[in-house]
Design a protein around this ligand. Structure first.
Ligand code: DGJ
Length: 766
C-alpha cells in the first residue's frame, strides 16, 4: 500500500514500512525503513498527531564548517541529511546517487521535487530486465525530480510487493536540455539511516570459492562491495545485507538488497561525520561514462530491498519468495526440474557419440531424467584453445550430428541437453577468421588472455543478431530440452570498435544490454527449453540472469564440503531452486578430497539436482546407492524444489548465525527445507571433522508448524532416529543424534560420524 498525504509518502508491505517526505527546498528526506509501524492517517488532523513528524529531523542547528543549502535555509545542510537520493555538488559530500558532467563542464546538479504519481502493477523497463507482477499485487510510486538549472528530469520508481515484504526501486534520467550530458553514475537505490549501528554483510570469493560471507561493522568511513569483471562476478555478489548488531538467523533487524543486473555493480556503506549511515547500490561508476544526448533517457537497474525483524532467515524468506514469484518466470518457474546427468566431470572434452550413449545408458539405469552433453561437441573443439564461435557439431565425434545423438538419447527415455558459450570466440576459430572485428579489444594493441578466448562485442547489433540466429539454428536442430549457457572469461581491454572514443565508457553496460536482448529473444523463441546460466561456475549468479533462466550453475567446485559452504552463502539471497548442484566423483576433481556418496548426495539434493561423474567407473554398490538416492530424491523433489529453505548452525558460526561480533566457528552445517503447506520437511546435518569426546550433536528444525505432529526419521539404513514429535519440540528442542553408526560403534566416541559425513532427516505430518 502507498499513502500520499501532504508532503509525506508512506509505503507499507505486510510487515515493513518505508517513508520519506518532501522538504520545502524540494529535496526528499528519508524518514524510516524497517519493521511495520502504525500511521494513523484517518484519525490524525496533522502529521504531529499521526506520529510521522517525529521521524523528521528538525534542522534547527547546522554543524560547524559546513555549507548551508542557500540563504533562505540557514540551518539546512545537505551534508547531514537523510536523503532519498543525493546529487553531487550542493553540499552533500557523501556517496552521490547521481554524478554528471554537464555541457558546461560543471559536475554540480540539484534534483528537486516536481511531482508524484501512484499507480498499480509493473510495466517492463525499456532496456533492462526487472521484477514482474502477474497478480496486480504491486503498487507503484513515481517521483519526478527536476534539475531546473540544467533541464534534466530524474524519476525515482518504487514498487511495493506487500506479500513478499519487498520494495523495489529504480531510477531513470531524461535529458531535456539542448546539450549532451555525461552520466558518470546513476545508482538504483539509496538508504540513509539515522545511526551507525549496522553490520554490512557481503558475499565474496572467486572461481571455485563463491559466496563466502563477510561481516563488517561500519562505524566510520566507507566500505565498498563491487565487481569490475564485466559480470556480477564470483568476486563480490551484488546481494548484500545490513543488520543491526546482535541479529541472528532467527531474530533481529536485517535488510537485504540485490540488483537485477548482470554487469559491473557497486554497493557502498558510508558513515558520515555525524554518525549517519548511507547505503547505495547500482551500476559500478568505475570507468563508466554514458553520453546522454538531448531527448534521451538512461535507465538504472532495479534494486530489490527486503527487511525482516526475524533475522537473516526471515529476510531470506522474503527474498526467496520474491525471486520465485517476481523474478523467475516462464514455463519452468513452478515445474518440477529433472534429475540431470552432465558429461563434464565424466569426460571433459574427450567425448564422442559412443561414450556419451554409454554414459546416458548408465544414467537411465539409475533413474536420471535428462542427459547433458557439456563442452567439446562442436567445431574442432578438443581443448579450450579453439572453436568457440563455430557452433556446428563435430562430425568426427558425433557422426550423426546433434539430432542423431539426441534421437538416440531420447530413445533411451531421456531428455537431451547441450552446453553452449555463445558470448565467446577463440582466435583459433572460423568465426574469428571471418569477423576479427567482432571482439572486444583495443585495435592494434596487445590483449590480455583468459582461457584462450575473447569476448564477442555484444554492444553491436550485428553480433547480437548473429548470436540469436545461430543459437536459434542450434536449438531447433534437435529435440533440445535443456541448454547450459556458459561464459568463461572476465573482461579486459574494454573497447568497442562500434563506438566513438567518447562513448568507450559505455562498453560494459552496453554489453549487458546486448546480452539481455539475446537472452530475451531466445527465451521467447524457445519457451520449453530449461535454460541454466553458468559463468565459470558462479561468476554471473544474479537476478538479471534469473529474469531469463530459472537456475544457474553455482560453482565449478563440486566438493561436497566446499559446496555446502557455497550453497549456504547463496541461500541468504537466492532460493535453492535457482542453485544448480551436482554429485561428482570422489576424490573430488577440484579439491582431491574424499567424501562419502551420501554426503555428496545430501548436499546436492538441496539445489537444482543432478550428477556429474563417470557412472561407468562406479562399483555396483555405488550404482545401487545412486539409484536409491535418485528414487529418494524424486519422492521428496516437491519439498526440496518448492519448499522454504532455512539455515541453522553453520561452519562459520555455531551460535545461530550471529554476525562476526558474536561468532563462534562451528563444526556442523544444519539446513531445513519445509514444504509450502508445512506438512513435510527435509533436514540436513553435515559434520566437518570428527572430534572425539565432544558435545553431542543435535538437529534442530526450522520453519515447521509448531502445532503439527511429525514423524521424524533418518533416511539412512541402520540409523536409530525415528520419533513422533511436535513441530515446536523439533524446532525449539531438537533431536539428539545417534553417535557413530558407521561400521558398528567406533569405541563410544562422542562424535556424530566420520569426517565430512552428512545425514538427511525427513519429517512428515502425522
Ligand atoms: C565452465 C563451467 O562452469 C563448467 O561446468 C563446464 O561447463 C566448463 N566451463 C566447460 O568448458
Amino acid at each position: 500500500m502507498i499513502i500520499e498525504k501532504d508532503n509525506y509518502y508512506i509505503l507499507h508491505t505486510k510487515n515493513t514500512t518505508y517513508c520519506f517526505r518532501v522538504l520545502d527546498t524540494g529535496h526528499l528526506e528519508h524518514l524510516y525503513y524497517g519493521r511495520k509501524i502504525t500511521v494513523d492517517m484517518e484519525e490524525a488532523d496533522n502529521w504531529a498527531q499521526s506520529g510521522m513528524e517525529a521521524f523528521a529531523e528538525r534542522h534547527t542547528h547546522i554543524p560547524g564548517n559546513t555549507n548551508t543549502y542557500d540563504r533562505e535555509h540557514e540551518h539546512f545542510t545537505l551534508e547531514d541529511m537523510r536523503l532519498e537520493m543525493s546529487s553531487y555538488g550542493k553540499g552533500d559530500i557523501r556517496e552521490p546517487f547521481v554524478e554528471l558532467v554537464q555541457a558546461d563542464g560543471s559536475a554540480t546538479c540539484d534534483f528537486l521535487f516536481e511531482g508524484a504519481k501512484i499507480s498499480r502493477g509493473k510495466e517492463p523497463y525499456q532496456t533492462l530486465p526487472g521484477s514482474y507482477d502477474d497478480s496486480g499485487e504491486a503498487a507503484h510510486l513515481t517521483v519526478t525530480l527536476l534539475d531546473r538549472q540544467y533541464g534534466l528530469a530524474l524519476e525515482l520508481h518504487y514498487y511495493v510487493y506487500e506479500d513478499c515484504d519487498v520494495i523495489a526501486r529504480s531510477s531513470k534520467l531524461r535529458n531535456d536540455s539542448g546539450s549532451t550530458v555525461t552520466v558518470k553514475r546513476l545508482l538504483s537505490t539509496q538508504i540513509d539511516f539515522a545511526t551507525s549501528e549496522y553490520i554490512f554483510t557481503t558475499f565474496s570469493g572467486t572461481w571455485g570459492r563463491e559466496m563466502h560471507r563477510t561481516d563488517l561493522l561500519v562505524q566510520a568511513g566507507k566500505y565498498v562491495n563491487a565487481s569490475y569483471t564485466g559480470t556480477s562476478s564470483s568476486r563480490a555478489n551484488p546481494f548484500v545485507m545490513l543488520s543491526k548488531c546482535g541479529a541472528t538467523e532467527d531474530a533481529g533487524d536485517c535488510y537485504g538488497c540485490n540488483l537485477v543486473y548482470s554487469g559491473n555493480h557497486y554497493e557502498a556503506v558510508e558513515v558520515n561525520s555525524y554518525g549517519k549511515t548511507r547505503f547505495v547500490s547500482g551500476i559500478n561508476p568505475q570507468a563508466f561514462a554514458w553520453q546522454l544526448l538531448p531527448g534521451e533517457e538512461f535507465e538504472a537497474p532495479e534494486a530489490v530491498m527486503a527487511f525482516s525483524a526475524q533475522g537473516y532467515n526471515g529476510m531470506s524468506q522474503c527474498m526467496h519468495r520474491f525471486v520465485r514469484r517476481h523474478i523467475v518466470r516462464g514455463e519452468w518457474r513452478d515445474k518440477a526440474r529433472p534429475v540431470i546427468l552432465n558429461s563434464w566431470e565424466a569426460a571433459y572434452f574427450d567425448i564422442n557419440e559412443r561414450k556419451l550413449l554409454q554414459l546416458a545408458r548408465a544414467g537411465k539405469a539409475v533413474g536420471i531424467e535428462l542427459f547433458v552433453m557439456d563442452d567439446g561437441w562442436f567445431g574442432d573443439r578438443s581443448d579450450d584453445t579453439r572453436s568457440l564461435g563455430d557452433w556446428d557439431a563435430n562430425l568426427r565425434k558425433l557422426p550423426h550430428g546433434l539430432s542423431g545423438l539426441c534421437d538416440k538419447i531420447n530413445k533411451l527415455g531421456l531428455d537431451f541437453g547441450i552446453w553452449v558459450e555463445p558470448e565467446m570466440i577463440n582466435v583459433n576459430s572460423r568465426l574469428y577468421q571471418r569477423h576479427p572485428d567482432w571482439v572486444i579489444d583495443v585495435p592494434d594493441k596487445p590483449h590480455a588472455e583468459g582461457r584462450n578466448q575473447r569476448i564477442l562485442d555484444l554492444t553491436k547489433t550485428i553480433v547480437q543478431d548473429y548470436i540469436i540466429a545461430k543459437m536459434s539454428e542450434v536449438f531447433s536442430s534437435a529435440n533440445i530440452a535443456y541448454v547450459k549457457w556458459d561464459m568463461n572469461r572476465t573482461f579486459s581491454d574494454y573497447y568497442s570498435r562500434g563506438l566513438a572514443p567518447e562513448q568507450q565508457g559505455e562498453v560494459a553496460h552496453r554489453y549487458v544490454l546486448g546480452l539481455y536482448r539475446c537472452l530475451g529473444e531466445l527465451v521467447r523463441r524457445f519457451p520449453k527449453i530449461l535454460f541454466e546460466g553458468c559463468s565459470a561456475g558462479g561468476n554471473r549468479f544474479d537476478l538479471g540472469i534469473l529474469s531469463y533462466f530459472p537456475q544457474i550453475w553455482a560453482s565449478d567446485n563440486t566438493d561436497a564440503l566446499c559446496r555446502a559452504e557455497i550453497q549456504y552463502g547463496y541461500s541468504y539471497g537466492y532460493p535453492m531452486s535457482t542453485v544448480s548442484a551436482h554429485v561428482s566423483a570422489s576424490p573430488n576433481h577440484q579439491t582431491f578430497r574424499e567424501t562419502a556418496l551420501d554426503t555428496r548426495f545430501s548436499v546436492a539434493a538441496f539445489g537444482a539436482f543432478g550428477y556429474e561423474c563417470d557412472l561407468g567407473a562406479m562399483t555396483r554398490e555405488e550404482l545401487k546407492k545412486i539409484e536409491a538416492q535418485i528414487a529418494l530424491y524424486k519422492q521428496w523433489r516437491d519439498v526440496l524444489q518448492q519448499g522454504s529453505f532455512y539455515r541453522g548452525r553453520s561452519f562459520r558460526d555455531n551460535t545461530n548465525g550471529g554476525s562476526v561480533l558474536v561468532q563462534a566457528p562451528g563444526n556442523h552445517m544444519e539446513w531445513t527445507c519445509v514444504s509450502p503447506e508445512g506438512g513435510q520437511a527435509v533436514g540436513l546435518v553435515l559434520q566437518k571433522l570428527t572430534m572425539p569426546n565432544t558435545q553431542y550433536a543435535y538437529y534442530q528444525a526450522r520453519g515447521l508448524a509448531p502445532e503439527k505432529k511429525y514423524h521424524f526419521y533418518s533416511g539412512l539404513p541402520g540409523v536409530r532416529e525415528d520419533y513422533q514429535l511436535y513441530g515446536d519440540a523439533l524446532m525449539y528442542g531438537g533431536v539428539c543424534l545417534t553417535q557413530g553408526f558407521y561400521d558398528g560403534d567406533p569405541g563410544g566416541e562422542r562424535c556424530l560420524y566420520r569426517d565430512f559425513d552428512a545425514k538427511l532427516f525427513f519429517m512428515e505430518e502425522e
